[in-house]
Write a protein that binds this ligand. Sequence first.
Ligand code: PMT
Length: 404
Amino acid sequence: MSPLSGQNILLGVTGGIAAYKAAELLRLLRGAGAEVRVVMTPAAAEFVGPLTFQALSGHPVSSELLDPAAESAMGHIALARWADRIVVAPASADVMARLRAGLADDLLTTLCLAATAPVILAPAMNQAMWQHPATRENAAVLRQRGICLLGPATGEQACGETGPGRMLEPAAILAALITAEPSGRLAGVRILISAGPTREAIDPVRYLTNRSSGRMGYALAAAATAQGARVSLVSGPTALPRPDVERHVAVESAAEMAEAVLGLAPASDIYIGTAAVADYAPAPSADKIKKDADTLTLTLTRTRDILAAVAGLPERPFTVGFAAETRDLETYARAKLAAKRLDMVAANAVGAGLGFEVDDNALHVCWPDGETRLPTAPKTVLAHQLLDLIADRYHAHHPAQDPR
Ligand code: PMT
């Protein structure tokens, strides 16, 4: 049975082009067994007709604060009491600002103020609006008050710009709602995540690197933050915008990553090594290497194994490694688990649209006395599923901290 089975979810839809995706989210929520009622702002109704949501939810859509018909059936206070969770998707910059200010100038903001149920927002807006200091501040204040923000994702926007501000895909929102406990099962847990590639300098203008985009690690950082964790992200160079995490440390080389991770690991409860760290690095030349000779030989030296070093700390965090393999995935994953004395390994086959650089992945996750497969899905979805497995195993080691 789905954890959403029988839950009463109030779906708030605000004005924005992503409103059309709310219809798909509604369909998925109902498919997962939730009872859904929809509240639309007048601006949302300009983008998608209420009839669509009425047909999909099986209930009339509410939009007016002072609606005599609604007050005689399910008035706004009754609706606020009915909800087990309020999910606002898409959540516009405007509704975030009004929620932050505590306004109750339409039905949706009134419900958010009147309800005691957890409120979850899936922001969607133009990238400049998302990155504006006012919105950043609103997001931070809402988070401090316990409102959960899922996303936004980064990518091409309807306005033709590219950047952070796209609403998370409905499947990713559903995965977050299924895995994240209303109380935040990872609330307050200190999670350290490494992400992206490293760059190993050959000389002042050249370097060795790999194909990691950082997407898997950044998705984990966003999902962990959404689940209430205090996240530190140590990131190699990526083109991704800085996510909303408690601490973000930008590094280049494997040696810098080792220093940052090992500095933070003793004060972390969980370490997830998603980064594709260079296994070998050259000793960089101080001057640009000239192309005088026909061949060039580089001598590479093994870098420090950060994951093994974290797992070897006297007071080590719960340590999760990744494994990127082109064959014998499960065998190599088990071998890494044992050799580095890890608590868990998430192995991914690389190539054919999975692993490096792409949006999707599939994981074979193993721990000392168990294993499971997480089939192909967007990294934003897999991140929540993997964190759920990590929370299970982590809380099995620390039962006193499990809010379940
Ligand atoms: O960034 P994306 O484009 O989204 O791609 C995601 C990913 C494919 C990079 C990610 O899912 C992944 O598999 N990351 C680990 C890649 C890797 O380096 O695998 P590995 O099998 O070589 O290393 C095993 C583990 O040891 C990893 O947790 C790695 O972080 C760690 N390691 C490796 C070398 C080293 N010197 N120090 C380490 O800590």
